[in-house]
Every structure is written in structure tokens, then in C-alpha cells.
Design a binder for this molecule. Structure first.
Ligand code: ZN
Length: 126
């Protein structure tokens, strides 16, 4: 399990530290030596309404833990056009490309090309 603890030090002052949350990346053990599958949990201790879950499947372990963290953060807080060098299999064209929309519930992704050509009516960010 990888744990990221997020804290704010206003003006760099540790005495004014504010706790912002944790992100847990939990390897579920169903992957192999090359690819890992992970349950991701973002929570703010004491505030269950802030908890968010997502899943990362077939992550290429060679990309390393920084990329895994970057992917987890970008799924939890999607940007309009993520460009962090991680490719996922597009649900529409079935090619591995940088993804534009990621569905947290199904764990599927759609690439920018398919999103822009409307290749997936009904698909939406969750
Ligand atoms: Zn596509």
C-alpha cells in the first residue's frame, strides 16, 4: 500500500499545520509482475463525506510510484485534458492512448480523439 498524507503549512509554518487528507493506493494482488491493479481511497479523517474511491487497473509498474500517485490524483480530480504520460485503453477505439475522460465506476477510459468526435454518446465523467 502506498499512502500519501496531505498537509498544508501556511507560509511554511509547521506550527500552523492544517491536515487536508490521505490518499491510499492499495494493490489488490490480482495483477502480475508487469501490471498492477489498485483500489484508491481518498479520505479526510473525521469527514466521511469527503471520501472518494476509484480504481486503477493494468498500471504498468515500470512507470513507478510517482506516476501511480499522479494517475490516482488525476482520476480523483479530473482535469479537462490530463497529460501525465499515462495511457489507458480507450473504450471506444480500443487503442492505448492518453485518456481524456475516466469513468471511476467502471474503470474505463475514453481518449481525447473519441471524446471530440462524439464517439461515446452517454459517457460522462462521474
Ligand atoms: Zn479512442
Amino acid at each position: 500500500m502506498i499512502i500519501a498524507e496531505i498537509k498544508l503549512w501556511p507560509g511554511g509554518n509547521s506550527h500552523r499545520e492544517k491536515y487536508l487528507g490521505h490518499v491510499y493506493i492499495i494493490n489488490d494482488g490480482t495483477g502480475d509482475d508487469t501490471f498492477g491493479n489498485y483500489d484508491v481511497r481518498r479520505e479526510v479523517l473525521g469527514n466521511p463525506s469527503m471520501t472518494r474511491l476509484c480504481r486503477i487497473e493494468k498500471f504498468n509498474r515500470a512507470l513507478g510510484s510517482d506516476r501511480l500517485l499522479a494517475l490516482a490524483f488525476s482520476i480523483l480530480n479530473p482535469l479537462p485534458t490530463p497529460d501525465i504520460g499515462v495511457e489507458l485503453k480507450c473504450e471506444v477505439c480500443a487503442l492505448n492512448k492518453p485518456w481524456a475522460i475516466f469513468n471511476r465506476t467502471t474503470g474505463t477510459a475514453i481518449c481525447k480523439d473519441c471524446r471530440e468526435c462524439g464517439g461515446a454518446p452517454g459517457f460522462r465523467e462521474l
